[in-house]
Design a protein around this ligand. Structure first.
Ligand code: C5P
Length: 235
């Protein structure tokens, strides 16, 4: 069975909504992402349940705090048995090194990923925060910082995947949300791309939320995405 490149974002608040989708999914077909909404509403027990069902779980809590707090939060994520966990690169080098210490260094540790610039942010939003340069320059700067400080990869928009793959090398993991078909609504996302184009640009893992979770037939949408990316994503 090929390793799945699709990560379904379980952006729900209730166990019922979550499990009614998860019951239809197979761990061989996709991975799952638990973000702030579901984690805040339901806590770690649901994460443990998803792990026990055999799913690779990406705990998307985007830690951004003082190094000691992030280290212990990352250790707690590791103890949950998640496959991937993330921090904000804007937390800085010391915070990312602490995160790395927190997940440990054996084969069992989760992948540790840094968010560069949120895919919902455009150039104007970035300037408003005082971050200099274009979005691409900011993403590159933060990706280099992440790599130097022990991160396994970054969350970025698929629009930056091509340049990041060339700059950071094949082993640096690129996780790209903001996946939308050409006809679909962008919702609150700004830097979107189709699944096929994201794979062609060098994305390793595609995070897909509303295009699957709000579809009339979520499983059919997932299968359609799988067909679109078959054989296309970077190893
Ligand atoms: O519904 P949609 O496909 O836009 O969902 C994208 C998911 O990816 C959301 O759960 C969102 O929190 C997450 N995400 C993102 N941009 C990032 C990091 C995570 O959209 N930079």
């Amino acid at each position: 069975m090929p390793e799945s490149r699709l990560i379904v974002a379980l952006d729900f608040s209730t166990v019922n909504e979550t499990l009614s989708l998860v019951d239809k999914l197979d761990p061989a077909d996709c991975r799952l992402k638990v973000g702030k909404q579901l984690f805040t509403a339901q806590g770690p027990e649901l994460v443990r349940q998803l792990v026990r069902r055999g799913f690779d779980v990406f705990l998307d809590l985007k830690f951004h705090d003082i190094p000691a707090t992030v280290e212990l939060a990352c250790r707690a994520a590791r103890d949950l048995g998640v496959w991937m966990v993330n921090v904000h690169a804007l937390g800085g080098g010391a915070m990312m090194r602490a995160a790395r210490a927190g997940v440990g260094d054996d084969g069992e540790r989760p992948l540790l990923i840094a968010v560069t610039v949120l895919t919902s942010m455009g150039e104007g939003d970035l300037q408003e925060t005082g971050i200099a340069g274009t979005t691409e320059q900011a993403v590159l700067r933060l990706a280099h910082l992440a790599q130097r400080n022990g991160m396994d990869g970054v969350v970025c928009s698929a629009r930056e995947a091509d340049v990041l793959r060339r700059e950071m090398g094949d082993a640096f993991c690129l996780v790209t949300p903001g996946i939308r078909s050409a006809q679909a609504a962008a919702d609150d996302q700004c830097r979107t791309m189709t699944a096929a184009a994201a794979c062609a640009a060098g994305s390793h893992y595609l995070v897909v939320g509303r295009p699957v979770t709000r579809a009339a037939d979520p499983l059919a949408s997932l299968r359609q995405l799988q067909r679109e990316i078959q054989g296309m994503c970077a190893r």
